[in-house]
Write a protein that binds this ligand. Structure first.
Ligand code: ATP
Ligand code: MG
Length: 348
């Protein structure tokens, strides 16, 4: 049975950041309510420290989620108004964990696998670099990190004198990947806390330098892992990749809902594998066409553009030579560059 006592008992395992005392004995847990498997907690801070608020929120959510009786968790952390307080109506998450040096962090996600998310992440990163921005890529795909191959990067990160990881780079883009931390083809069973810890390291133990954009390739799907990633990663916005057919669009809505749940603004939708252009210029709409734009309109979201099926895109990925790098003026290169421009414009 989920009771208030159980919630409070559980919250006693959460320490106030920087202190050995727990938050319950500190007296900042103002409300804890349980009903039907849902846990709702209100915490009131006495000082306006967004970083502490974010850490506490996350720690409480993690502790409560570990209870088998809990199906839904809502933790609200209130800060007093004043200097440093989050202005009303602003996404508190976006500011709380700001990583110095990283101007914008954008996640690339999809509702389902194999729609070309990683291909888009790689080519958009190289496109933004082509447009003059300083760009990094973070491959958070825990199941099958494919970005090192697509970027043609074989070397692993090195360590700086102050023990930070220096990301390897190619095509002018810095890269960190779950793949660098895994050994060979060993399957890895990731547990929630391990994922969260690794992601945190990707932000705080990596020497990214100054970047205009960090693109994050999320694993496919909209499960708990994705949600917790979105909560751990201080995102400025999300881009959703879909294929045109309705089957994929049904899951797009899940992708959108996932970002909305964690208050991450959706920057737009990309339709990948939009159509196949034959060498004679004929257009074959293998998966139908226009579903991405229609869905964007329905959801009042920006349609960022479409990427046709091109053999060069797949080859570029397999050879570690993204098509935007080898052929920025070819039709596939242009398709990615136009989307990168739209994104850049949107981010200001
Ligand atoms: N527009 C395209 N034209 C041709 N091939 C493409 C295109 N987009 C993606 N591909 C190819 O489709 C395959 C799947 O793409 P990708 O790995 O980027 O998908 P994903 O959504 O990241 O998959 P996963 O869910 O497994 O992470 C790759 O071989 C890629 O080269
Ligand atoms: Mg992928």
């Amino acid at each position: 049975m989920l009771t208030q006592e159980l919630l409070l008992e559980t919250l006693k395992s959460v320490k106030y950041p920087g202190y050995s005392r727990d938050i319950v004995s500190f007296g900042i847990v103002k409300n804890a309510a349980a009903s039907n498997g849902a846990a709702s907690v209100l915490i009131e801070l006495t000082s306006a420290n967004p970083e502490v608020a974010a850490q506490l929120k996350q720690a409480c959510e993690q502790a409560l989620r570990a209870l088998p009786e809990v199906k839904l968790v809502h933790v609200e952390v209130k800060m007093p108004a004043g200097p440093g307080a989050t202005p009303a109506g602003q996404n508190a998450f976006a500011n709380q964990n700001k990583v110095p040096g990283l101007a914008r962090i954008i996640a690339v996600a999809s509702g389902k696998g194999g729609v070309g998310k990683s291909t888009c992440s790689v080519n958009l990163a190289c496109s933004l670099q082509h447009l003059g921005a300083r760009v990094g890529l973070l491959d958070c795909d825990i199941y099958g990190p494919s970005i090192p191959l697509m970027m043609g990067i074989k070397q692993r990160p090195t360590l700086s004198p102050d023990q930070k990881m220096i990301p390897p780079s190619n095509h002018g883009v810095k890269l960190m990947s779950m793949g660098f931390l895994l050994d060979g083809d060993q399957p890895v069973i990731w547990r929630g806390p391990m994922i969260t810890k690794t992601i945190q390291q990707f932000f705080h133990s990596v020497d990214w330098g100054q970047l205009d954009y960090l693109l994050v390739d999320l694993p496919p799907g909209t499960g708990d892992a994705q949600l917790s990633l979105c909560q751990t990663v201080p995102l400025d916005g999300g881009v959703i990749v879909t294929t045109p057919q309705e089957a994929s669009l049904g899951v797009v809505r899940k992708g959108i809902a996932m970002f909305e749940k964690v208050n991450v603004p959706i920057l737009g939708i990309i339709e990948n594998m939009s159509y196949f252009a034959t060498p004679t210029g004929e257009r074959v709409e293998i998966f139908g066409h226009g579903g991405g734009r229609a869905e964007a309109e329905r959801q009042h979201m920006t349609f960022l553009g479409e990427i046709p099926l091109f053999t060069e895109i797949r080859l570029g990925g397999d050879q570690g030579q993204p098509v935007v790098v080898t052929g920025p003026h070819t039709p596939p290169g242009q398709a990615f560059l136009r989307i990168a421009e739209a994104l850049h414009q949107k981010m200001g």
